[in-house]
Write a protein that binds this ligand. Structure first.
Ligand code: PMP
Length: 386
């Protein structure tokens, strides 16, 4: 996901273009075709939940459409405050702050707590927002091989002992379905007195007790200094947040430029996220249904002979195809069999590892699961007959 690769893709056959979707949810209408949607990060189907919609509607009527100003001016409403308190209580932190998006939350968190003299040790597959934020700090950023704790340790050992150190990682790697070795990273953070910063974008709501994320699943949530998340995935809304100690969140509020200089998140989205958290905490069966879909699909595709990256606990399934044009053809065959699951190609993933990324939703039925498994069997037949 580096900038050179991004700009190179503008004039290559990897060029990407927008496609207009005519209806959304677990079923989607796209290019005039009705397809089962396996490409959404709305893992729990909450974006279309009547209670979430109603909460947003109520907030729209009360607060209007826009927040009107940045959080530090007049954009931080009592709804933002209530949501921040709920997030802090849910995740076990002193306090939290809400940003306009998960991207902005990552940028605000990193730029607020990383100084020019610091050493940042970061997973090489971190999300683009973490990569860009780390660059913007002008700190020395060293990338360790994906999930390689020994490499992370070696990089930390190279830093001066009195140099402030930060370990930065995604909790769940969205294009791979892998989970960071958070228990070991927490141990490293302790040993090297490093601050641990974790982006739980794809863990929130779907992993760990009460959906509190991968760090809670590993029982190291109390050792994560800054916990960043988004409302735009399992919470079915839009916006981002940062939870941490009072002192660290105070730094974010005072130094996080993407928080300070952007209009506060629209109150309707805050209300939607707040309602989504309530549902996630009180209805674990939604997530259990989704997790069972993931297990079934992974097992069935494994039995068909597909190479699948990642782990059962992650909400997405990365089915490795190989070359970009093969992945595009696989996606097209899947669409012919009623499935929307686009090809993920370089520069998002490494050359030769193009893939189909599947994200089963709690609102998919057992029949939907059978259909996606059968569609992959058809792709396999296509490949065999070439
Ligand atoms: N972190 C990760 C790991 C993500 O996958 C994303 C979204 N693709 C973000 C942060 C950004 O979140 P948002 O969409 O809310 O800006």
């Amino acid at each position: 996901m580096n900038r050179a690769a991004d700009s190179a893709s503008l004039d290559s056959d990897l060029h990407r273009a927008l496609r207009t979707v005519e209806s959304s949810g677990s079923r989607i209408r796209i290019d005039g075709r009705d397809l089962l949607n396996f490409a959404s990060n709305d893992y729990l189907g909450l974006a279309h939940d009547a209670r979430v919609i109603e909460a947003a509607q109520h907030a729209l009527l009360t607060w209007g459409t826009g927040a009107g100003a940045s959080s530090l001016v007049t954009g931080w409403t009592s709804l933002h405050q209530q949501c921040a308190e709920t997030l802090a209580d849910w995740l076990g932190y002193d306090t939290a702050v809400i940003a306009p998006s998960g991207f902005a939350a990552n940028c605000a968190a990193i730029t607020a707590v990383v100084g020019e003299q610091d050493v940042v040790v970061a997973d090489q597959r971190n999300h683009a927002s973490l990569i860009d934020a780390c660059r913007a700090t002008n700190a020395r950023v060293r990338h360790y091989r994906h999930g390689d704790v020994d490499h992370a340790r070696a990089l930390l050992e190279r830093a001066e002992s009195d140099q402030p150190k930060r370990i930065v990682t995604d909790a769940v790697f969205s294009m791979d379905g892998t989970i960071a070795p958070l228990v070991e990273l927490a141990r490293l953070a302790e040993e090297f007195d490093a601050m641990l910063i974790v982006d739980e974008a794809h863990g929130t709501g779907v992993i760990g007790p009460e959906g509190r994320g991968a760090s809670a699943a590993g029982h190291i949530d109390a050792r994560v200094d800054l916990h960043i998340g988004t409302f735009s995935k399992a919470l079915g809304a839009q916006g981002g947040f940062i939870a941490g100690s009072q002192a660290l969140i105070d730094r974010v509020i005072n130094r996080g430029r993407s928080f300070i200089y952007s209009t506060a998140l629209t109150p309707a989205m805050v209300a939607a996220a707040l309602q989504a958290v309530t549902i996630i905490r009180s209805e674990p069966e939604r997530n259990e249904r989704r997790a069972e879909h993931v297990r079934q699909i992974r097992a069935a595709l494994g039995a068909q002979g597909w190479t699948i990256e990642g782990v059962d606990e992650a909400p997405m399934i990365a089915v490795i195809i190989g070359e970009a044009d093969h992945a595009v053809r696989a996606a097209s065959t899947l669409a012919d069999h009623g499935i929307h699951a686009p090809a993920i190609r370089p520069p998002t993933v490494r050359p030769g590892t193009s893939r189909i990324r599947l994200a089963p939703m709690a609102t998919h039925s057992a029949d939907d699961v059978r259909q996606v498994v059968q569609a992959f069997a058809n792709v396999r037949q296509d490949v065999a007959s070439e």
